[in-house]
Design a protein around this ligand. Structure first.
Ligand code: C6P
Length: 407
C-alpha cells in the first residue's frame, strides 16, 4: 500500500480534484497518466538539445540522435528483442498494424490466402485487414468467442490451416480483459506455416512480455498506454521478416540512395522510419520504460491482478450490473460492464460527478459488443497507481447511479 502511495506521488495528474472530489482515474486502458520523470525528460529535450536526428553533424543533433537511439535500445531490452534494429518507431499500435498490413501483407497475400483474426479485436486489428482484403482478394476469418469472453479454440483447427498466412490477435482484450494464451496460439500458427502478429496494446504496459520466449513474428504496442507520451508506438519484428519486407512509407531517412529513376532502401530499422520521427516522444517512451523497469513489471502485473480480483468481487455485488468477460483469474486489469436499465454514457456521466473517470462506448470493438447484443459498455481500467479505496468509491458511485437511473 505504501508502495502505491509512493507511486501515486510520481504522477502529477493524480493530485487533481474534479470539483470537490479527488480524481479517481480508471481509464488507463484508453491512455495512462504520465510520471513526472517522463514529462521532465521531454521538457529537457526541448529546452536543452532540440534538434533533428540522423541529419546534422552538430552537437545538438548528435545529442538528440544519441538519446533517440538509446531509447530504442532500452525498449528492445524491455521486450527482450534480440536487437534494437528490430524496434521500429511508429505513431502507435494502429500504425504498427497498418505497417504490417501494407508492407508485409501486400508482398505476401493474394487470392486463396487467408488472414485469421478474432472476434475480440480492436478496430485497429480489423479494419486494415478488411481494407487490404478488398484490394488483394484474400479471405479474412475470425476466431469466435464464447459467451464467457474467451476465444472459442474448438474451432481453431478448422480456421488455422495451410491457407492461413497470418494469425493476428489481441494479447489482452481491451473490453473483456481476457488474456489470450499467446504462446499456445503462436505454436499452433507456426505449425501450419502462418506468421503471427500480436496486438500488445493492453499487455505490454501491464505484464512482462518477452518476444523471444513467445517466438512471435510481430508485436505492436503504444507508448501512451504505458506511462509514455502520445504520438509514438512500436512495431517489433523478426529480423529476417523485416529484412524481406518492402518499406511502408517513402521519404527522407528510409533510403540509401535516390536517383530520378529509382531509390534503394536504408537498413533496419530506418527502412521503416520515413521522415522526421517523433523524437521527443521516443525519448519520453525511453524514460517511461526506465520508470516501469524500476517499479518492476512483475510487480505491476501482480498489483493489477490483486486489484482486478477485488474490483470483480465488489462490482459483482452492485444490483443489475453485469461484468463482461471471464473471471478475475484469467483477466488483465480492466472490467467492462453494463447496468440493466441504464445507458453506459449516463453511467459514466454520473460517476464523473464523483470525480471518477471511466470510459463508455464500444471501445473501438464493435464486433465484440455485437456478439453480446449490446451497443456499448462502461469500462474501469486499472494501472500501477490504482488502489482498493478507488474501487470502493467506484462501487458506491455505481450504486448511486443504479438508484437514480435504473428503471
Ligand atoms: N484502445 C481503449 O480505450 P492506439 O490508438 O493506436 O494507441 O491503440 C489502438 C489499440 C489497439 N489495440 C488495443 C487492444 C487497444 O486497446 C487499442 C486502444 C483504447 O481501449 C482506445 S480505443
Amino acid at each position: 500500500m505504501e508502495r502505491v502511495e509512493a507511486i501515486r506521488r510520481d504522477f502529477p495528474t493524480l493530485a487533481r480534484k474534479i470539483g470537490d472530489n479527488d480524481l479517481v482515474y480508471l481509464d488507463s486502458g484508453a491512455t495512462s497518466q504520465k510520471p513526472a520523470v517522463v514529462i521532465e525528460t521531454m521538457d529537457d529535450y526541448y529546452r536543452r538539445y532540440n534538434a533533428n536526428v540522423h541529419r546534422g553533424a552538430h552537437t545538438l543533433s548528435e545529442e538528440a540522435t544519441n538519446a533517440y537511439e538509446n531509447a530504442r535500445l532500452r525498449i528492445a531490452r524491455f521486450i527482450n528483442a534480440p536487437s534494437d534494429k528490430q524496434i521500429i518507431f511508429t505513431r502507435g499500435t494502429t500504425e504498427s498494424v497498418n505497417l504490417v498490413a501494407n508492407a508485409w501483407g501486400r508482398a505476401n497475400l493474394g487470392p486463396g490466402d487467408e488472414v485469421l483474426i478474432t472476434e475480440m479485436e480492436h478496430h485497429s486489428n480489423i479494419v486494415p485487414w478488411q481494407m487490404l482484403r478488398d484490394e488483394l482478394g484474400f479471405i479474412l476469418r475470425y476466431v469466435p468467442i464464447t459467451d464467457q469472453g474467451r476465444l472459442d479454440l474448438e474451432h481453431l483447427p478448422d480456421l488455422l490451416t495451410a491457407r492461413t498466412k497470418l494469425f493476428a490477435f489481441v494479447h489482452v482484450s481491451n473490453v473483456l480483459g481476457t488474456i489470450n494464451p499467446a504462446r499456445e496460439l503462436i505454436e499452433a500458427a507456426h505449425a501450419v506455416g502462418a506468421k503471427v502478429l500480436i496486438d500488445g496494446a493492453q499487455s505490454v504496459p501491464h505484464m512482462p512480455v518477452d518476444v523471444q520466449a513467445l517466438d512471435v513474428d510481430f508485436l505492436a504496442f503504444s507508448s501512451h498506454k504505458m506511462c509514455g507520451p502520445t504520438g509514438v508506438g512500436i512495431l517489433y519484428g523478426k529480423r529476417e521478416i523485416l529484412e524481406s519486407m518492402p518499406p511502408f512509407l517513402g521519404g527522407g531517412d528510409m533510403i540509401r540512395d535516390v536517383s530520378m529513376e529509382r531509390s534503394t532502401w536504408n537498413t533496419l530499422p530506418y527502412k521503416f522510419e520515413a521522415g522526421t520521427p517523433p523524437i521527443a516522444e521516443a525519448i519520453g517512451l525511453g524514460a517511461a520504460v526506465d520508470y516501469l523497469n524500476e517499479v518492476g513489471m512483475k510487480w505491476v502485473h501482480a498489483h493489477e491482478r490483486e486489484l482486478v480480483a477485488y474490483a470483480f468481487e465488489q462490482l459483482s455485488q452492485v444490483e443489475g450490473l453485469r461484468i463482461l468477460g471471464p473471471g478475475p483469474d484469467e483477466r488483465g486489469g480492466l472490467v467492462a460492464f453494463v447496468m440493466e436499465g441504464v445507458h453506459h454514457h449516463d453511467l459514466a456521466a454520473i460517476v464523473d460527478q464523483d470525480g471518477i473517470a471511466v470510459r463508455a462506448g464500444h471501445h473501438c470493438a464493435q464486433p465484440l459488443h455485437e456478439h453480446y447484443g449490446i451497443s456499448g459498455s462502461a469500462r474501469a481500467s486499472l494501472y500501477l497507481y490504482n488502489t482498493r479505496q478507488e474501487i470502493d468509491k467506484l462501487r458506491a458511485s455505481l450504486e448511486k447511479a443504479q438508484r437514480i437511473l435504473a428503471f
